[in-house]
Design a protein around this ligand. Structure first.
Ligand code: E4P
Length: 277
């Protein structure tokens, strides 16, 4: 089971790396925007050299840890062109670039898909470029992406939960836990075409891949709290990506603090002495 940090903030990535827990990084355009706004403001120079910034991240993360960089285009041609550009421009730095392609780049819900995302995944995979298929909300999207050659698929667990809660008008905070076994409204489980929670989506994809021996990693994304991360891991995710705050929360428990207070209080001088070099 691998753990990634979901961030484009180089300071956060460094903290996670120093914590010795990180096997890779995922970014998306919104996370890049957040990082640019943070560092642009701080330097006061009004701009940030994006190429150098991304190169610094790739170098810091290092060769054996994949870093997902997302395309911006919304058509097959644009996505393939951008995917190749990203790979050519950045993979030389630390050989760790994975290109992130949306499963369907359409900006209109009712537009009939021409398989642009799927075709782009296939074209890049054929060139030996590793692809992380993003914005996955159904097991069938994951299946098509895997068949096209994606190395990883990213079900957005937290956003599934947001969607289900919004459907029934339930108010919620971003980090709130949503039961993996779903929630009931009236007498029925709230669902999205057979998906009852973000963790359920992860579980269904993991089961589908395992049943048919599909060699594609399930990357549980949009993880909002430690319990969801745990449940995604138990559901069979090969990777979970989470923000730094959630990774930090994974170390916490009030009984751990209580235990630490007692143990540190009980250290006798004789014991303290033998701990010194
Ligand atoms: C995945 O790779 C995305 O970057 C991310 O997990 C989205 O998370 P959010 O739904 O919390 O924005």
């Amino acid at each position: 089971m691998k753990l990634f940090i979901d961030s484009a903030d180089i300071e956060e990535i460094e903290i996670a790396l120093k914590g010795s827990i990180i096997d890779g990084v995922t970014t998306n355009p919104s996370l890049i925007k957040k990082a640019v706004e943070k560092y642009r403001g701080r330097s006061g120079k009004g701009k940030l050299d994006m190429q150098t910034y991304i190169e610094d991240i790739l170098r810091l993360v290092g060769r054996s840890r994949p870093v997902s960089l997302e395309v911006a285009g919304t058509s097959y041609r644009e996505m393939v062109r951008e995917g190749k550009t990203l790979y050519k421009r950045f993979n030389r730095v630390a050989r760790n670039v994975v290109v992130k392609i949306p499963v369907n780049p359409s900006l209109k819900l009712d537009s009939v898909s021409d398989f642009d995302g799927i075709k782009a995944i296939h074209a890049l995979a054929q060139e030996g470029i590793p692809v992380n298929c993003t914005l996955v909300f159904t097991p069938e999207q994951a299946l098509l992406a895997a068949k096209a050659g994606a190395k990883m698929v990213s079900p957005f667990a937290g956003r599934v939960d947001d969607y289900l809660r919004t459907k029934i008008g339930k108010k919620f905070g971003k980090g709130d836990y949503f039961p993996a076994h779903g929630i009931v409204k009236g007498k029925a489980l709230v669902e999205d075409n057979g998906v009852i929670s973000g963790v359920d989506l992860v579980a269904q994809i993991a089961q589908l891949f395992s049943l048919h021996n599909i060699q594609c990693e399930v990357l549980a994304a949009s993880i909002r709290n430690p319990r969801q991360l745990r449940e995604a891991a138990l559901a069979g995710a090969h990777i979970a990506t989470a923000p730094l705050a959630v990774l930090k929360q994974c170390t916490q428990h009030e009984k751990t603090v209580e235990g630490m207070k007692k143990f540190t209080k009980d250290i006798v001088p004789e014991y303290a002495k033998i701990l010194k070099p």
